[in-house]
Design a protein around this ligand. Sequence first.
Ligand code: SDX
Length: 431
Amino acid sequence: MGETAKLIVGGKEYELPVFVGTEGERAIEISKLRDVAGLITLDPALMSSGSCKSAITFIDGEKGILRYRGIPIEEFAVGEPNFIEAAYLLIFGELPNDSKYDDFSGRLTNNALLHEAMRHHFEGFPIDAPPMAILSATLNTLSCFHIEFLKGLDDPEVFVEAAARLISKVRTIAAFTYRRSRGLPFMYPDPKLRYCANFLHMMFSAPYKQYEVKQVLEDALNLLLILHADHEQNCSTSTVRLVGSSRANVFASCAAAVGALWGPLHGGANVEVLEMLDRIRAGGLTPAQCVEKAKDKKDPFKLYGFGHRVYKNFDPRAKILKEACDKVLLALGRRDPLLDIARGLEELALKDSYFIERKLYPNVDFYSGILLRAMGIPTSMFTVMFAIGRLPGWIAQWKEQHDDPSSKIWRPRQIYVGRTLTHYVPMHERE
Ligand code: SDX
């Protein structure tokens, strides 16, 4: 037996195996603890608990390292960022060669349309329906039109087609959601355009005028989606694994993850950041007041876009996004007052002992909204954009668990703290 951990409880000693990962991370394997010692561990919010072994993404929170299948995130940001290439890498484990890339890209092009009957689903939503509610509902609805993918995903040919359909159609769902909210006619995908350009076309073209996609914005959207593509066992990805552990299909698992991502402590933070910056710009709040409110335990206000469960130094994605904001706005010849406000807020917070002591730094959500605004994407759609980026990661993690012969249904235990044995009291005897 390799390294072990000794546990002494009630005078008894138990020896538990220690598992060491490829980057030297160590974990005590406790799955047999209840059998051998009648004990469970208690770790609400799973602060110190690993849920799985995974080969997809590696994060070192102390060093600000993020790697997709071993490749540092910074290397995806150079040259012409390509979201589909990164998606392929996360899902299939290797960077695609020309023929594999062309095949996958061709599947995305051929699957960009929604079944025509799905158009009417959008008309059924109120015009001000939350886009994340529409996305979650419509991802599940998608499975009704592709029932052949509810099973049989052990067959690689079936799985690659299902993955391509989800990744391609999520764009169309998002664009149709936006168009509906603005009372605009749906713009159908253009097979001549690549993934991100096609999305911007579906969002902003008019029946009489094709939207001209600027390369700088197409590159920025590819980069933004790459930076959101996976992040090991975050809340929404853990939701995919939890739901998928019952052998639920990939559509249902990703639809459930949309719900988790929607929360303001997770993907919903990018909307909160923009609303916070807007409030400061409108004069409703000063940066100093923001920082003070965030520190006040009696005030529920948080400095959204700051802090992270894993990154206790800096979030490498925030650094890349901050640089991209400058580059894109310069290329567009524009300034965004919210970027200046965000910078000022970051500077103020990073000098404040409250944030320093708690190792709170900007996370992926702090600057992403500035970039999305530069593309003309409304705040209401920000978390949907996060979901488009994270979808390949959700699919990759679902598949990794699906293919793992040792995977079992997730069923955590609990410690009961309620009333001990009591009995039913007939109505007439109750006080
Ligand atoms: C994402 O997990 C991932 O990987 C997620 C993600 C991904 O790619 O999937 O990276 C995407 O969700 C990024 C995070 C987006 N959320 C926000 O920006 C919301 C604001 N941030 C916080 O709510 C918080 O930092 C979390 C939720 C991100 C992390 O929370 P933790 O790890 O549970 O930490 P905590 O809430 O226990 O905070 C520790 C201390 C507390 O103070 P004390 O009780 O020690 O006095 O830091 C304080 C917190 O009050 N704190 C903040 C704060 N974040 C933490 N105080 C003010 N403002 C904040 N933003």
